[in-house]
Unconditional design. Structure first.
Length: 276
């Protein structure tokens, strides 16, 4: 891995860029102020030495709210992608292993989920569960389940025909052992790349849901919520909307770059191609 980082400058940059933002989120309570503290006398101030990114309409520190908004986005989206991977990945691998009627039922159900627009399906799920960051995680997870199911089913079909899988069947290994011990490790690179790319997309979906008031609820800081509140004061104080928008951009861009760099590094077809 270290050698790959040394050779691939894009991968190195992406790892540093993402790690820096994750560390900012982890150490937000130490770095920033209280994100819900209101200082009425400091309302709608621009960037200064005291408030590096200024304050919002309630006198809250924008930098602190962005750092804690990073925490909200990363926890919500990380949980969503993890749930989608566990459910969708398991269904995809089992469908490839058993095939037949089980494969057809699972894939047709995935097709039904694919038919719904992402935001519309997420809003429908949150309408049932109620607006909350956990509800947003579940909604995003349901949206991404068919992506992982389809993604892992394809290579699993090929691996199921390999000699070592046939050998494991011949010596009496259980179906679950074959799926999770023999199939899953061979899909690690595919999972790693897709998880990074879906995290990037999930951050945008979570920000959209929070913008509509369907994600984390006040007083919990959320980047989409900050953007929504800031648009009402664009002429008087544009800083909350500007900085929260850039925060969403940088967080999503970081994971997108990481996913692209991992794909280029781990895919031998791309790695060995001239000019890559």
């Amino acid at each position: 891995m270290i050698n790959a980082l040394r050779k691939d400058k894009l991968l190195l940059f992406a790892v540093i860029f993402v790690s820096a933002q994750v560390l900012l989120a982890v150490f937000a309570p130490i770095i920033g102020r209280d994100p819900i503290e209101q200082v009425i006398m400091a309302r709608m101030k621009g960037p200064s030495i005291e408030y590096l990114l200024g304050t919002d309409q309630l006198g809250r520190d924008i930098l602190a709210r962005i750092l804690f908004g990073y925490r909200t986005s990363l926890m919500t989206c990380g949980l969503a992608v993890l749930l989608a991977l566990i459910v969708g990945g398991s269904l995809g691998m089992l469908a490839a292993y058993y095939r037949g009627w089980f494969d057809r039922i699972v894939m047709r159900f995935m097709d039904v989920l694919f038919a719904f627009p992402i935001i519309l399906l997420a809003i429908g799920i949150i309408a049932v569960l109620g607006p909350h960051s956990l509800s947003a995680s579940v909604a995003i997870a349901v949206v991404y389940v068919p992506i992982f199911a389809r993604l892992l089913r394809g290579p699993s079909l090929v691996i199921c025909e390999s000699e070592y899988v046939r050998g494991a069947r011949a010596i009496g290994a259980s179906d679950l052992r074959i799926v999770f011990i023999h199939l899953l490790p061979n899909l690690a690179s595919v999972i790693l790349v897709q998880a990074s790319l879906l995290l990037s997309a999930a951050i945008l979906v979570e920000a959209s849901l929070s913008f509509l008031g369907l994600g984390a609820q006040p007083p919990t800081p959320s980047l989409g919520q900050m953007l929504s509140e800031g648009r009402n004061f664009l002429l008087l104080n544009p800083w909350p909307a500007i900085f929260s928008g850039f925060a969403i951009l940088f967080l999503s861009l970081g994971f997108n770059l990481l996913g692209d760099a991992l794909r280029d590094s781990l895919d031998p077809r791309l790695r060995d191609s001239p000019g890559v």
